[in-house]
Design a protein around this ligand. Structure first.
Ligand code: E4P
Length: 231
């Protein structure tokens, strides 16, 4: 499973990238607006931090002509940019043209298997079902993801399923168990994936035991250097 971070915050992106398990970024207009910086400059900075990972950039026009203009513009900024269009008839029309021009498209705001079926038939690069927002309205986000993956496997569709709007580690683990190609998550959820109280407690115990026997064990760095010199 690829890990994408669902943020436009440079500090969060840098921190996640330094761990070596980050495959890309998803932004949306709300996330970018929070950063209050010139749009193009900001997106290009994100591209530099996560390269060769992809950066998803969303159009804000709602008509096909506007989406085509924005999509072509974003794609010209950097080769790793994937253009996000919403799951609307205008979005689908824009997708159709942009895909033929070789631009990779992520269809966002997908909430049903029927929508995801259309997205795959249209030739999108990514489909983004929003799990958390479905849960918010008392629908089963993971269930919808399962149905989408079943349909995609039945027809061997090439569109990659990007499980989005993930709100907690269980969302990520369940999406991974189902074989979702990508999970995109806020930085907080990314951090939570690392945590386990037994890891912290275990490390604390190891260090306490080492400290107790330090006099006998000696300094680990000195011992290693002395060993090398003796050879
Ligand atoms: C990803 O492409 C979406 O923009 C994102 O996952 C939405 O998440 P939210 O429902 O937490 O805002």
């Amino acid at each position: 499973m690829k890990f994408f971070l669902d943020t436009a915050n440079l500090e969060e992106i840098r921190q996640a990238a330094s761990l070596g398990v980050l495959d890309g970024i998803t932004t949306n207009p709300s996330l970018v607006a929070k950063e209050k910086r010139p749009f193009r400059e900001h997106i290009l900075e994100i591209c530099e931090i996560v390269k060769p990972g992809v950066v998803n950039v969303e159009v804000v026009s709602t008509d096909t002509a506007g989406m085509l203009r924005e999509g072509r513009e974003f794609a010209s900024w950097h080769p790793n940019i994937v253009v996000k269009v919403p799951m609307t008839p205008d979005g689908l029309r824009a997708l159709n043209t942009l895909v033929r021009e070789g631009i990779r498209i992520n269809v966002t705001l997908v909430f049903s298997p029927a929508q995801a079926l259309i997205v795959a038939k249209a030739g999108a690069y990514f489909v983004s079902p929003f799990l958390g927002r479905l849960d918010d309205v008392a629908q089963d986000g993971l269930g919808v993801l399962h149905e989408i993956l079943t349909i995609y496997r039945a027809y061997n569709f090439q569109t990659q399923v990007l499980a989005a709007s993930l709100r907690h580690p269980i969302h990520v683990v369940e999406a991974a168990k189902m074989g979702a190609h990508i999970g995109t998550m806020p930085f907080k959820v990314f951090e939570q994936l690392f945590k386990h109280p037994l890891t912290d407690r275990g490390l604390e115990g190891f260090l306490k035991d080492w400290e107790k026997a330090r006099e006998v064990l000696g300094d680990i760095v000195q011992a290693a250097t002395a060993g090398k010199r003796g050879r």
